[in-house]
Design a binder for this molecule. Structure first.
Ligand code: HEM
Length: 359
């Protein structure tokens, strides 16, 4: 894909080498077919992550991670500071959209067989995003210290606690005591703004490194054919910038029109509050509810863990070089069954939590 060469281990970079590195970056070329609508998902994900970082930093300037003031600081940011509603709204809509786009990006790679050799590490590093992004959402949910975030976190702690051997330890590690209070809030805050962003940046670096060294896939039926090239700078970089600006404007407008939700302040004594699961966990919630008591772990850890493992192992299980979707019916059928099960569970969850009247 590129002419970029990686420095040999131990080689000391000098000013001349740095200049040479910049020169090489300017000469990086990618296949012209990198500019097509279904590759747009990768660029959009980068844009959304950029927006999440930017708006997150702005919100952190006003946020105080203490139960007594966290809610007020978020409320003040959203409703009293100029453009506070836009910044918080963009953050809110960006993570929701990121989940959708990530699923489309994964499906594209799955249908077109882009996970196959030599791109197995690109795929495996991609699967790791599926673990990291939900952790961002879970830790971020507690930060506004409103009823929904507080009680959703309580539900999540009880689900994590159901995992044998490590469950109680993980909850203790996150909560730091028997109650969800200042220690839990501080730990979620540190994870959300420090540790997870570090891990995410590392993952993006890995994903891009593997892409640069293994190359973008060509058309499924004729990968070996010579492909015209275009320069990464400025052709592709400009398109990425355009995607970033368009998403910033689109999400900014959405944030103004439909403000990000902020419920009542958390009341840890009000255990009558039943949080409704968000759209992206409806299926998982149903799965956990199917297996009761000691079997809960099947829905909370065994099935989701097995699915993630199978997904990561896909390039090593499906090793034939064939990439045409019409010749890979087994893999596509398996994926369709998982998708259909996910959709049915989500609809069941939606009906249970949003359509049926409260008892
Ligand atoms: C937020 C997370 C992610 C970001 C920022 C990201 C970014 C990108 C970008 C910019 C590209 C190149 C353009 C393109 O082909 O779309 C790409 C390609 C690719 N990504 Fe991701 N990605 C993410 C998540 C994932 C996930 C979850 C998977 C799969 C499990 C994945 C697997 C792949 C594969 C296989 C390619 C190569 C596609 C090809 O060569 O045709 N990525 N990614």
């Amino acid at each position: 894909m590129s002419e970029v060469q990686v420095h040999a281990a131990g080689q000391r970079p000098s000013a001349a080498a740095a200049r040479e590195g910049c020169g090489r970056l300017l000469r990086v070329r990618v296949p012209a077919d990198a500019i097509c609508w279904h590759r747009f998902f990768g660029a959009l994900q980068l844009a959304l992550i950029g927006l999440l970082f930017l708006t997150g930093v702005l919100m952190a300037l006003a946020y105080t991670p203490v139960p007594g003031t966290a809610y007020d600081s978020v409320d003040y940011f959203q409703f009293s500071l100029p453009f506070g509603d836009v910044v918080r709204g963009v953050h809110h809509y960006a993570w929701n959209l990121l989940l959708v786009v990530m699923a489309l990006h994964l499906l594209r790679a799955l249908v077109l067989g882009a996970y196959k050799a030599p791109r197995q590490p690109v795929w495996v590093s991609g699967v790791l995003f599926l673990l990291v992004i939900p952790l961002f959402i879970i830790t971020g949910d507690l930060l506004p210290w409103d009823q929904k975030g507080y009680w959703s976190t309580q539900v999540r702690f009880s689900i994590i606690a159901s995992v044998p051997l490590v469950g109680d330890f993980l909850v203790q590690l996150l909560r730091g005591g028997p109650l969800t209070g200042i220690v839990a809030l501080t730990r979620c805050y540190v994870l959300h703004i420090l540790l997870l962003p570090g891990v995410l940046l590392l993952l993006i670096g890995l994903h891009m490194y593997f892409l640069a060294t293994r190359g973008l896939s060509g058309p499924p039926a004729g990968e070996a054919a010579a492909r015209p090239q275009v320069p990464f700078l400025p052709t592709i970089a400009n398109r990425w910038l355009a995607v970033f600006l368009a998403s910033a404007i689109g999400l900014g407008l959405a944030a103004r029109l439909w403000p990000a939700p902020l419920g009542d302040p958390a009341d840890p004594t009000d255990s009558s509050f039943i949080p409704r699961p968000e759209w992206w966990v409806l299926a998982l919630n149903q799965l956990v509810a199917i297996f009761k008591g000691p079997f809960m772990v099947i829905g909370s850890a065994i099935i989701p863990g097995a699915l993630i493992f199978l997904l990561a192992a896909l390039p090593f299980l499906d090793r034939s070089p064939e990439r045409r979707p019409s010749k890979r019916r087994g893999v596509l059928l398996g994926a369709a069954v998982v998708l259909a099960a996910w959709a049915v569970l989500s609809v069941m969850g939606y009906v249970e939590h949003f359509v049926q009247p409260e008892p």
